[in-house]
Design a protein around this ligand. Sequence first.
Ligand code: MG
Length: 391
Amino acid sequence: MAKTIALIVAAGSGSRVGGDVPKQYRLLQGKPLLRYSIDALLSSDLIDQVRVVINPDHRSHYEAATTGLTLLPPISGGAERQDSVRSGLEAIAEEDPDLVFIHDAARPFLTGRLIAELIGTLEKHAAVIPALHVADTLKRATAVQIVTDTVDRANLYRVQTPQAFRYREILSAHRQAAGKALTDDAAVAEAAGIDVKLIKGSENLFKVTEEVDFDRAEALLAQNQAIRVGTGFDVHRFEDGTSVTLCGVEIPHNQSLKGHSDADVGLHAITDALYGATGGGDIGEHFPPSDPQWRGVASEVFLRHAGDFIADRGGKILNIDVTLICESPKITPHKQDMVRRIAEILELPLSSVNVKATTTEGLGFTGRREGIAAQATASISMPNENGVIND
Ligand code: MG
């Protein structure tokens, strides 16, 4: 299989949109703009490595946006985009790729389908770019905006990135083009006499430049949420003691619950439901009972972690419903306190949390008052495919 490296160009000043954060690092639904392109490229089996060309003044933003990712080290860009791309191409020479993608960080929504199609096209062509037909009628006008003529748009296209090339050809073309001002990498290839093939781009692959583009990107991501559901179940047995902690509320009782932590069955069931909804395992994987650091810990620590786990993935908790199953203590007098406590820990509105209680009519281990069980359901909304837009 051809070795393919993706270069993402993020070296601009990033100052076109207001605010302290350069636009390529501005958050979209909690994730930096640049990170969308990185995630899309890293999630493709067809891309071997990703390298970002950055503005050296933005290094701290870059580090924060890429924590934990396996990327080739960033390259400092030049004065013009073309200089940045050439530096990037020179820098990956030691990796000796067959193919290279050159992509603008300002286009966050590239898809696996497009990546595959670009690579497939490079089997027959040395250069390929995504493009869309121009649908609007085009006019040429004077400096004072008087129309001089109508431009035939039959063969006109708007082009996008990633643009994909056979590596040696585009490196050589960029070396030849040094000093000439060309507007994209396809133009560099054209100047070197390389045939550039067009394939169909996507309206979702628009460039995020102005404030209105950020709004459009936010709207697209908002539509791209999946509703997911998780369930949790937990049991703890009684032992000698004077109180139990249920859903974060301590209730005086003639017994306590035995457990490694505070044995809060209610919060454990909710925590598992939240991990379950994300596809993120269970409480025992995140907080192994064999690890002494969790001994006696308040279960709100686990619950908060599950909430952060969802938020870190761009997700949002929609609602939680938990049922405590026991003969005693009586839950009803404490239900509202439990709802408040859960809502407080997860920073949710009270209306998103419901606590119920039931007995098992004296049957089974809960009926024999040997312990307490809890079951919970949670629903969340989370971006599809970790935020990668499908088309
Ligand atoms: Mg438990």
